[in-house]
Design a protein around this ligand. Structure first.
Ligand SMILES: [Zn+2]
Length: 281
């Protein structure tokens, strides 16, 4: 098709931000920073390479995901611990905060809840910014590596340690339900430590070697009682391929911390979403 005469003029229209976040309820970062001074560790879980583990974080606690041993990407799911059907909503979080998350931004839950589940309080890779390829860290643009896409792209290849399968097995074990019951609860992830973007020429999703190094961490404040589920991706640092055992992989450490009782004075858990749910007359 030939271009219309005003093609350049149409392309030159300036974009507007879909969701200006000035009216979004803002986290009290100063309160969280003060609360961090009184943390004591109450639990830890080591997620094995190419596998996943669940962990629990009571509301008002912090949890930290740390790179240990070597560069490794993690795929994170979050559920409301009391109602696992309320879960992290990657797409709306992306629409609100952008393609990659860092300190001060939040992980939002699915409809009809749409409330903050967790707030990022520390990110040692916050310095990375956006690189010359358009890549950045901790994305909400990928989904999670999965055996269905792998089968499509590899003429029926069977691989059982994609993040989707790892998360399914871990959730099944934690809830005491079958894998068939657990699988539909697995959802699009926060790609912790993963460095991704879209190519400028073809718009394709790309990944590159994560800049994470042992000791780097991302830390969250639990706004509600959380059931976390973290997979140490078979892609390792995601510098070459996933959905195979080819990449060197490492564990990821999850630690849960409790602040001193008075440290959260003034903090309230997020209220239910105020939409009346009638969807009109
Ligand atoms: Zn993965």
């Amino acid at each position: 098709m030939s271009e219309p005469k005003d093609a350049d003029a149409r392309r030159a229209v300036k974009p507007v931000i879909c969701y200006p976040v000035e009216t979004l309820p803002a986290p009290d970062m100063a309160l969280y920073t003060r609360a961090r001074d009184s943390l004591s560790k109450v639990d830890e879980v080591l997620v094995p390479a190419r596998d996943a583990r669940c962990f629990s974080v009571p509301r008002g606690h912090f949890f930290r995901i740390t790179s240990v041993e070597g560069a490794q990407v993690g795929d994170l799911n979050l559920h409301n611990a009391q109602d696992v059907s309320e879960r992290f909503y990657s797409g709306k979080t992306r629409a609100l905060h952008g393609t990659h998350l860092t300190t001060g931004q939040r992980m939002w839950s699915s409809f009809p809840h749409l409330r903050p589940m967790a707030t990022i309080t520390q990110d040692t890779l916050g310095w990375y910014g956006i690189d010359p390829f358009g890549g950045s860290v901790h994305d909400v643009i990928g989904t999670r590596c999965d055996p269905y896409t792998h089968a499509l792209l590899s003429d029926g290849g069977q691989y059982h340690h994609c993040c989707h399968s790892n998360l399914t097995r871990a959730l099944s074990d934690h809830l005491g339900v079958s894998r068939a019951e657990a699988e539909p609860l697995v959802h699009d992830v926060l790609n912790v430590f993963m460095c991704t973007g879209f190519t400028r020429d073809t718009g394709q999703y790309f990944m590159k070697a994560s800049p994470v190094r042992p000791g780097d961490f991302i830390e969250f404040f639990a706004e509600i009682d959380l059931l976390g589920n973290l997979s140490a991706c078979p892609g390792g640092d995601c510098s070459s391929e996933h959905s195979s055992d080819a990449a060197p992989c490492h564990p990821l450490l999850v630690e849960v911390f409790k602040p001193a009782p008075k440290a959260l004075a003034g903090w309230n858990p997020p209220a239910a979403n105020s939409y009346d749910r009638t969807h009109g007359p």
